[in-house]
Write a protein that binds this ligand. Structure first.
Ligand code: GAL
Length: 685
């Protein structure tokens, strides 16, 4: 595989975004509005405290109406006008919606779906990232933009493309097939036998004699494809988008090294912890909590989405944050209630956002997103959503500088952000949920219990964590073992879920007894495993202390080694009396092994037993159910966020002393937060 040399250090959940000032802004599309409207926009933005806009990511045809003929006027004028109002600009490379002249000239450059159908011009993301014509176009337009704006002091950074893979990633075009073969040739050093061994191709007579014979795996054609071929295809998809992005990054950095460069994720088939992120200064995450239609879950969904983003590469920015109801052809969100955008903004900050831009400034009146509502409605009348942004703008002027340089406190980490592990599950799900679904179920229990819980990669810095839970990852890298052992020996509680470490990095089932390389650390082996397709029939009931739980999805009978304690046992069927959860003491810590899925029902029953003895405690005691407490710390200060997710006031007791930076002030330890109210308190640390 052609290795690109990425200059950035390995990502970590503790890494703050390296920005010198807090960016508070909006996504702006000057190409949709006339000059008078744009002038008024700049004034209103300034009045709302906005200091940055992002633009141009969908303006391909404005910027280059015909091949090689560039026209930057509208952006030159807008950048200058905004600058007069103290607003700086982030530009996007306009490659997510290439112009019609490109696809017309290169019909074979359209991506092809799994059914063999080429995509069409008419929406966006329709071209193949493997086709040389797209790559040439991308480099040419990036170079033209970079050259034109290199000395413009008001352009401060770039977003590459827009949400790579948000609509489409599994390309089966001729160009993609060729590219896949080239990827495999490099990966296997031109040795087709090495590939045959790695893929286990003597199963179902799949052996290849030449790389030329290999195709991209197209789902059920006619039935289940080889799981290693699928995993390598997933690795290829991430590799090729990384290469596509790198071509742009290289050009941007050559023209102006002071620019920061990010991308807005997170979408399928991209390893945001790998070379993709090492090429960037930080990651962006577009946040639309309005998709959680069940408002009782909105806060926990939102927290989980942000925490898993942080697990990839550390703090991030939000280049698109919901600022109104979003709508596309099949759906339309509820309009956020007064105060809801503000409290979601604070929740975003509490979970690792280091800058925020709202999508979008004003709703467009036409096109596929004419109901994707922004700060202003289609009629351009500033109403309560504008006033709310204005209020946040005033608050950010105080809070922004305090926030930069701090990390998010995490006592309990749920493993996430390993590309191979997630993709391996997708190749062979066996009817089980995704690894993200597992992580989310566990995360939700801790979130509701007011713990400082987040997501983390098992190979990341684990300092400060009291507990690490690895839920049901079949593919785990044996290289992580010393790091995990060290975490436990220094006092951490490691919880391993059923199925862990049962397949190798070729996606083959291991020859050893599970949990393979973790067996010695966990002091347990798995005697028998089974899928549990109907929890209510032939039920396997697990008993832990005086509580019982009917196992869902997967069950295992465990065989503890000498010195390993049995915490819970099965009470039914042929497993009756056999171990179901074990605990091994190692150094100052412990390893728990859980022989079933840690579902929401499991966590409801056994969450308290799982967390007991780990030392993890809720951030504050006795918090009302709908109040979230989170902490950011660093540079000698600690910021406590208290966020009321309820639509009615809440009373808090035992609130610690601290300078009030935003919102309601506590008095003698008591604090009343209004509906959707927020308070941020600062203390020394
Ligand atoms: C994002 C995308 C934007 C816009 C927005 C609302 O995913 O980056 O371009 O489409 O959603 O749908």
């Amino acid at each position: 595989m052609r290795r690109i040399m990425y200059k950035k250090s390995p990502p970590s959940h503790l890494r703050p975004v390296p920005l010198s000032s807090f960016l508070f802004g909006v996504c702006y599309y000057p190409e949709h509005w006339d000059a008078d409207t744009r002038r008024l926009d700049a004034e209103r933005m300034r009045a709302a405290g906005i200091n940055v806009v992002r633009m141009a990511e969908f303006a391909a045809e404005v910027l280059e109406p015909a091949p090689g003929q560039f026209d930057f006027r509208i952006f030159d004028d807008t950048i200058a006008e905004l600058a007069e109002h103290g607003i700086r600009t982030i530009l996007g490379t306009p490659t997510a919606a290439p112009p019609r002249w490109l696809s017309a000239a290169h019909p074979d450059a359209l991506a092809v779906d799994a059914a063999g159908q080429p995509l069409q011009h008419g929406s966006r993301q329709h071209m193949s990232l493997s086709h040389p014509a797209l790559s040439e176009y991308s480099q040419r337009v990036t170079r033209a933009l970079a050259e034109h704006y290199a000395e413009n002091p008001h352009v401060i950074g770039w977003q590459t493309d827009n949400e790579f893979h948000c609509h489409f990633s599994e390309d089966h075009s001729g160009a993609a097939q060729e590219d896949f073969r080239a990827f495999l040739r490099e990966k296997y050093g031109q040795d087709i036998e090495a590939l045959n061994r790695a893929w286990g191709n003597n199963f179902w007579a799949l052996t290849y004699s030449d790389f030329e014979e290999i195709c991209t795996p197209r789902g059920l054609r006619p039935c289940y494809p080889n799981p290693t071929q699928q995993l390598d295809y997933a690795r290829f998809l991430s590799w090729r988008v990384t290469r596509f992005q790198h071509e742009q990054v290289q050009i941007l950095r050559t023209f102006q090294p002071r620019w920061f460069i990010f991308h807005n994720g997170c979408f399928p088939h991209i390893d945001y912890r790998g070379d993709f992120i090492r090429d960037l200064d930080f990651l962006g995450y577009d946040s639309y909590p309005g998709f959680s239609y069940d408002v009782t879950r909105r806060a926990s969904d939102h927290a989980y989405n942000l925490d898993r983003t942080r697990a990839w590469s550390g703090n991030f920015i939000i280049p698109e944050h919901q600022s109104g109801p979003g709508g596309q052809a099949p759906y339309f969100h509820d309009n956020p209630e007064p105060g809801e955008i503000r409290k979601l903004t604070y929740a975003s900050l509490a979970h690792g956002t280091d800058s925020i831009l709202y999508f979008r400034w004003r709703t467009c009146r036409y096109g596929a997103e004419m109901y994707w509502c922004g700060v202003l409605d289609q009629d351009n009348v500033p109403r309560r959503r504008y006033e709310e942004i204005q209020r946040i703008g005033r608050e950010m002027a105080v809070l922004g500088p305090e926030l930069l340089g701090t990390s998010v406190r995490m006592d309990v980490g749920v493993a996430y952000a390993d590309y191979d592990a997630m993709e391996a599950r997708a190749t062979m799900p066996l009817g089980l949920p995704s690894l993200s679904n597992h992580a989310e179920a566990i995360h939700r229990w801790f979130f509701r219990g007011h713990y400082a819980a987040g997501c983390v990669h098992p190979a990341d810095v684990l300092d400060g964590l009291k507990m690490l839970i690895i839920p049901h990852w079949e593919v785990m890298d044996p290289d992580w073992l010393p790091h995990l052992r060290d975490f436990v020996e220094r006092g951490g509680t490691l919880v391993l879920g059923a199925i862990c470490a049962t397949r190798d990095t070729n996606n083959h089932v291991i020859a050893e007894t599970p949990p393979g390389f973790l067996r010695e650390l966990a002091g347990v082996s798995v005697e028998e495993y089974s899928r549990k397709n109907r929890a209510d029939q032939r039920s396997w009931v697990m008993k832990w202390d005086d509580r019982e739980h009917t196992a869902e999805g997967w069950v295992e009978i465990l065989a503890p080694e000498e010195g390993t304690e049995v915490l819970a046992a099965w009470t039914a069927r042929h497993a009756a009396g056999k171990p179901a959860v074990t605990c091994r003491r190692q150094g100052k810590g412990r390893v728990l092994y859980v022989g079933t899925l840690m579902t929401e029902a499991f966590m409801e029953r056994f969450g308290p037993a799982l967390v007991r003895s780990s030392g993890a405690e809720p951030v504050l005691p006795d918090l009302p159910e709908d109040v979230e407490a989170a902490v950011r710390y660093g540079d000698g200060r600690e910021l406590l966020f208290l966020i009321n997710h309820a639509d009615m006031p809440c009373e808090l007791g035992a609130v610690p002393e601290g300078d009030s930076l935003v919102g309601e002030r506590p008095s003698e330890g008591r604090l009343t937060l209004p509906a959707y109210g927020v308070s941020v308190l600062r203390s020394g640390r």
